[in-house]
Unconditional design. Structure first.
Length: 353
């Protein structure tokens, strides 16, 4: 039985180093809609690389997020929460065929070879990807108990019950791949303010993840330095000018020529690694960009030219009704992709058992 009394509404909480975001969805007959939403910025050094360094400041921000929420209706106290991508591990592993009751022990025997965590101090979950007569292929998610327990303790102080702690790429994929029927292999690049994540997925299964040494904040700081302007003006220039050679005299395209080449190389290396380790039967067919960095004008066109591959910007509203297009603009929506995916899981009772 699900620990939710109802799945008519579901609350997703996205925690990043720079901000807190909430989305509560209300279930409709065909498509769900956003019932409640909010965003609260976090002060610098409140969270670093996913670790809460200042619990009191974090708790104050979380309470503000709840109190000042936008929309109509009551916020659920049961939340699906994203674990920090920088502190979690997703690995595809293969074990000998066995009974379901034996899977956990077999995972514990093999997972130390794949993640730098002590099994005794690790919380794990897994999804069966494929079974044959001889073996079982699994997607395993792992996080240290310290991180998971730290998040849980603070959320409980805010009178929230974290019913699921989920790895961020899984939530993202749930939002931008709502049909889950295609056999195409896709690469997803999540451009965040403090970090950029990359993963390769087929249907609703993630096959490979990686982090990239590029972030929205670093790009903004670089613009501010090279063009001698404030951070706020640099952020505005990034959105207004982007990589359009016709805007701002093509200044940003020129500044970020080397950065784009570096990004394209990282993407190409990830594709080569995937082909070598996961077989070349199913090639990466397309690249999808999401997160705040997806608002960098023409980034999809420039990357598509560099990689000779289709690159698109994600559409978070493909399966969810946008109740307030003036607030949830095309640009702002990209920052809510993770929170949406968390809430979508909350609406699916069988995934909360």
């Amino acid at each position: 039985m699900s620990i939710f009394d109802t799945t008519e509404t579901a609350f997703g909480l996205d925690i990043s180093d720079r901000s807190l975001r909430l989305i509560q969805l209300s279930k409709k007959r065909v498509r769900s809609t956003v019932q409640l939403h909010n965003l609260v910025k976090l002060p610098k050094d409140c969270i670093s690389s996913g670790e809460i360094l200042n619990p009191d400041v974090f708790l104050t921000a979380l309470k503000k997020l709840i109190k000042t929420k936008r929309g109509k209706g009551q916020l659920s106290r049961e939340a699906v929460v994203a674990l920090p991508e920088s502190r979690t591990f997703l690995k595809m592993i293969e074990i000998p065929s066995c009974n379901e009751s034996e899977i956990e022990n077999k995972i514990k025997n093999i997972i130390p070879k794949h993640v730098p965590l002590d099994v005794a101090d690790t919380r794990m979950d897994w999804q069966i990807i494929n079974e044959s007569a001889d073996s079982i292929k699994l997607l395993v998610g792992a996080v240290s108990k310290k991180i998971a327990d730290n998040y849980t303790e603070i959320l409980l102080k805010a009178k929230l019950m974290p019913v699921v702690l989920e790895v961020e790429p899984v939530a993202i994929l749930r939002t931008i791949n709502p049909v889950r029927a295609t056999k195409d292999v896709s690469m997803v690049i999540d451009f965040g303010a403090s970090r950029t994540g990359l993963f390769i997925a087929k249907n609703d299964s993630i096959l490979f993840t990686a982090s990239l040494p590029i972030s929205g904040q670093k790009i903004t700081e670089s613009i501010a330095k090279q063009l001698d302007m404030t951070i706020n003006k640099a952020e505005a220039a990034k959105i207004v000018c982007g990589l359009d050679k016709e805007k701002c005299h093509g200044a940003l395209l020129e500044i970020f020529g080397d950065t784009i080449l570096e990004l394209a190389k990282h993407i190409d290396d990830a594709i080569k690694y995937y082909n070598k380790n996961f077989g070349s039967k199913h090639k990466v067919q397309k690249i999808i960009i999401c997160g705040g960095g997806a608002n960098f004008i023409n980034i999809e066109k420039v990357l598509s030219q560099k990689l000779n591959m289709p690159v698109t910007i994600s559409n978070p509203w493909e399966n969810i009704i946008n109740p307030d297009p003036e607030f949830f603009t095309k640009e702002r929506s990209q920052s809510y992709v993770t929170a949406m995916g968390l809430a979508i899981r909350g609406l699916d009772a069988k995934n909360l058992l």
